[in-house]
Design a protein around this ligand. Structure first.
Ligand code: AHR
Length: 531
């Protein structure tokens, strides 16, 4: 006999067909509890593609084995970089990739990673398992990787144990066009053209692994380091200051107090910052393991994930006191799930499986970013391969795409689109002391295509939703892509790599207005529009 979730799943097809027959109407569908009204004339702003950014740190097997195998490897590669990873990443259109950390960044010295690889020093990765770092993947390899996948590079500079001079020199190596020793060194290393680095984090988590600083101490250093950012690329630097973890509002207030000069009566340095980087992990110590959790823990994790919005808005409100015109955007340069270490793996390597629950975390978060695209300028999920909420897992020459990867692929049409206001009417799911909305949505329009992404957070029940538009234009639906699984624990393995992947829902009609969203699912519904 089919279990409950299998029954639910097979009901979907039957119900979908029934809904198609019942609901090919242009009149409002009465009686549905869940509706999403899309306001085509209430644009929130342009969704900066950079909020779909990624993060690759020298941690566990993200860089080594995940991205870099070296030119002599049997694993197919281009100049040492894995071809399968590059091809997979290209499909999700990564706009920007952050490197070399994370915590690793504030102990990293860029000169260790240039020049002939056999001459590079061997250092110790003090943060992540004290493994020996042979620096074979350094500056030039990272820029090559970004070029191969078509992403803009983003560097996190060392403020913790680095110096302003070291950053100044790095920028000269990367961006200076003239005949200086450092620029010539870049040419000798095979890169006569400037790298034109634009995205620059000045430090990382400097309240913690990046130097255990107080907010004002860090802000004073930010003033100095940002002073030494010479050689801007043609579009100018996008400088990102270290912001708080989670709801540390004191960090935000004291950082801006110092930067604006209010704390010291010094000079206002708000003209040297483009984004302020808050980190938010959906860390899950009390929500089971990566693959084993109860329904209550499933809801608990999703509730924790959704808290990000309230926290972002509170930081934004504080930033407004110092920057009423909001010239500084929010960065969320590390986000994602952080589960308990996978048994049998090095605890400091942060490798974890990725289930449909993680896919929902990704989709819920990206819906939050889309509808706050006037505030969020850049964001990076942690991390790209083999670490935390990864897009891809590898095992020697094998690789699998995770459910989170598929969400990024489905959400790619939102990049550079105009976000539209969505009013969602739904109910709350109550679970223990927590409650979370049963349905979330975001919508955007670009090149005469409207993309609507919907998440049904209910673990066991369909959510039937009516999509409404506030204009008279008749919308013709193009397609409905669905990521759903028979079980809330479903994930991909090397033995069963396609267990969770999106499907096109067949049998839909172009004028369909109501959709039966299966339990724990993510949908992308697209429409052709005239304007
Ligand atoms: O992404 C893993 C680690 O989480 C990063 O190195 C650090 O910045 C954060 O604490």
């Amino acid at each position: 006999m089919a279990n409950r979730s299998e029954q639910n799943f097979s009901r979907i097809t039957v119900l979908s067909l029934a809904m198609v027959m019942l609901l090919i109407v242009t009149e409002p569908v009465f009686g549905l509890k869940h509706t999403v009204t899309i306001h085509t004339d209430r644009k929130i702003g342009l969704i900066n593609p950079n909020i779909y950014g990624h993060f690759a740190e020298h941690l566990g097997h993200c860089i080594y084995q995940g991205i870099w195998v070296g030119p002599d490897s049997d694993i197919p590669n281009v100049r040492g970089i894995r071809t399968d990873i590059v091809e997979a990443l290209k499909k999700i259109k990564p706009p920007v990739i952050r490197w070399p950390g994370g915590c690793f960044a504030d102990s990293y010295h860029w000169r260790d990673g240039i020049g002939p690889r056999e001459q590079r020093p061997k250092t110790v990765n003090v943060h992540w398992g004290r493994v020996v770092e042979d620096n074979s993947f350094g500056n030039d390899e990272f820029f090559d990787f970004c070029k191969q996948v078509g992403a803009a590079p983003m560097i996190a500079a060392n403020v913790g144990n680095g110096t302003p001079e070291e950053l100044r020199d790095w920028l000269e190596y990367l961006n200076f066009k003239g005949d200086s020793t450092l620029a010539n060194m870049r040419t000798q290393n095979g890169n006569p053209k400037t790298f034109d680095l634009r995205y620059l984090c000045i430090g990382n988590e400097n309240w913690g692994c990046g130097g255990s600083m107080s907010p004002s101490q860090y802000a004073k250093l930010y003033r100095i380091f940002s002073e030494y950012c010479h050689y801007p690329p043609p579009e100018g630097f996008y400088r990102i200051a270290c912001g708080p973890s989670d709801d540390n509002y004191t960090w935000t207030r004291e950082f801006f107090e110092e930067l604006t000069g209010r704390a010291t009566h010094g000079r206002n340095r708000m003209n040297r910052i483009e984004a302020f980087d808050m980190h938010y992990y959906t860390s899950a110590q009390s929500y089971g393991t990566a693959t084993e959790y109860t329904t209550e823990q499933f809801y608990g994790l999703l509730t924790k994930c959704l808290r990000i919005e309230e926290i972002m808005l509170k930081h934004w409100e504080i930033m407004e006191e110092y920057d009423p015109g909001h010239s500084v955007k929010l960065g969320i340069c590390e986000w994602g799930t952080w589960h308990q270490p996978t048994p049998g793996t090095n605890k400091r390597f942060l490798r974890q499986q990725n289930t449909v629950r993680d896919a929902l975390v990704a989709a819920l978060t990206l819906n939050v970013f889309n509808r706050n695209c006037d505030k969020v300028g850049i964001a990076n999920i942690a991390q790209t391969v083999n670490v935390l909420q990864a897009m891809i897992l590898t095992d020697g020459p094998k690789m699998i795409l995770t459910p989170t990867y598929h969400v990024f692929e489905m959400y790619a049409p939102h990049q550079s689109a105009q976000a539209l206001t969505c009013d969602v009417v739904t109910e709350d799911i109550k679970s223990g002391d927590e409650s979370l909305p049963r349905l979330t949505a975001s919508a955007s329009v670009k090149d005469k295509t409207m993309s609507v992404t919907l998440v049904n957070t209910h673990a066991t029940e369909d959510t039937i939703v009516e999509l409404k538009f506030d204009d008279a234009e008749r919308k013709s639906m193009n397609s409905w892509r669905l990521l759903a699984a028979k079980d809330i624990h479903a994930h991909n393995t090397f033995e069963n790599p396609e267990n969770v992947k999106p499907k096109i829902v067949k049998g839909t009609a172009s004028l369909m207005k109501a959709f039966v969203l299966p339990p724990a699912s993510v949908s992308l519904i697209t429409y052709s529009v005239r304007k």
